[in-house]
Design a protein around this ligand. Structure first.
Ligand SMILES: C[S@@+](CC[C@H](N)C(=O)[O-])C[C@H]1O[C@@H](n2cnc3c(N)ncnc32)[C@H](O)[C@@H]1O
Length: 205
């Protein structure tokens, strides 16, 4: 069976993404970005930006570099940038598992609904931590498998379906939080009754 990142949602059907998934994700992504209180001059990397539903939340006084592996998703994001004349945002095709940036490059590194899509989530975390400056923040929003065996088991049952749609339901938060060079500063539900979790980590200096 195809892996989540190979889903046609991120290629042939990229033009439908905003209507189907984007409307579910957009509000909590904007809330999280606003809660970061970004300051003038901050450099932000967004990994797996997709069609760019988050981009409108970044203030114009920060510099945003946003990457994705899918050209079709990036085309949708580029249209938003052009329409809104967002000169503070740069799009680059790239791989979350091998980020093409030097160590300690960004004040904030975000990944929204990406860590359960990439084929090697731990590698993606290692890369995000590498390019984050010491003292900088790594911000994840994602669905994680419940530690409750009944709930976790139920969501695991639908994994064959969600894999086709483009994500796994098997990933646990603890699978990606095994590095003690980051400190979890915030961990909470994206909204009341949400199945998505916000995790904000600080890279130790
Ligand atoms: C569920 S979408 C999330 C998009 C966006 N962050 C959002 O919240 O709407 C997952 C995205 O991860 C991208 N992706 C998958 N594997 C990737 C990789 N190895 N490197 C970079 N992006 C990747 C896909 O192309 C897709 O745009």
């Amino acid at each position: 069976m195809a892996e989540p990142h190979e889903s046609r949602v991120y290629s042939d059907f990229a033009h439908l993404y905003d209507q189907v998934f984007g409307r579910v994700f957009v509000d909590h992504e904007h809330d999280v970005i606003q809660s970061l209180a970004l300051r003038p001059g901050h450099r932000v990397l967004e990994v797996g930006v997709g069609t760019g539903i988050s981009l409108g939340a970044y203030p114009p006084y920060v510099k945003v570099v946003a990457i994705d592996s899918s050209l079709e998703m990036l085309e949708q994001a580029q249209a938003k940038i052009k329409e809104n004349d967002w000169r503070h945002i740069e799009l680059v095709q790239g791989n979350a598992l091998s980020l093409d940036f030097p160590d300690d490059s960004f004040d904030v590194v975000c990944a929204f609904h990406v860590i359960s899509v990439v084929p090697d989530p731990r590698r993606a975390m290692t890369e995000m931590r590498r390019v984050c400056k010491p003292g900088g923040r790594i911000v994840i929003v994602n669905h994680f498998r419940s530690e409750n065996s009944l709930l976790g088991g139920l969501t695991a049952l639908i994994n064959p379906v969600t894999k086709h749609l483009g994500w796994t339901t098997l990933l646990r938060l603890r699978d990606v939080l095994q590095d003690n060079s980051v400190q979890v500063e915030r961990r909470e539900k994206a909204a009341r009754f949400s199945v998505h979790t916000v995790v904000i980590m600080r890279k130790q200096g």
